[in-house]
Design a protein around this ligand. Structure first.
Ligand code: THU
Length: 133
């Protein structure tokens, strides 16, 4: 909710805040960052993910998302998060604090992952998207 207050969303007026908890317990936040060239807009979830990865984290327990109307993560963000922890919990909340939770794998079934790529085949167990999802 606090990160949402820092959203830069002058074009859509739709502010989003994200908090991503690493398996180690640290929390990294993000907000959406829009641009006059609309397609450059960064979603709150991927801003938080980039901060966490830059801090050395690659395993995540949960992501909380705050927005009006309790939005779920967009498809691009689901894919970006699943690269690291497809089983993470996704908690969505509205501005009154009502919330629901899901597993990321429920929101992105049969995902495309590293295991689909020839360069990753035959290198032992791949937790991130073996062929067949
Ligand atoms: N947005 C997010 O930050 N996360 C999502 O998962 C969906 C959309 C932002 C992008 C844009 O700034 C605004 O919400 C309206 O699409």
């Amino acid at each position: 909710m606090e990160a949402r207050e820092r959203a830069y969303a002058p074009y859509s007026g739709f502010a989003v805040g994200a908090a991503l908890e690493a398996e180690s317990g640290e929390v990294y936040v993000g907000c959406n960052v829009e641009n006059a060239s609309y397609g450059l807009t960064q979603c709150a979830e991927r801003v938080a993910l980039g901060c966490a990865v830059a801090a050395g984290k690659r395993e995540f327990a949960a992501l909380a998302l705050a927005s009006a109307g309790m939005a779920t993560p967009c498809g691009a963000c689901r894919q970006a998060l699943a690269e690291f922890s497809p089983q993470m919990e996704i908690i969505i909340a509205d501005l009154e604090g009502r919330n629901r939770s899901f597993r990321l794998a429920e929101l992105l079934p049969r995902r495309f992952g590293g295991g689909n790529l020839p360069c990753r085949r035959g290198q032992g167990p791949d937790p991130h998207g073996a062929p067949g999802g």
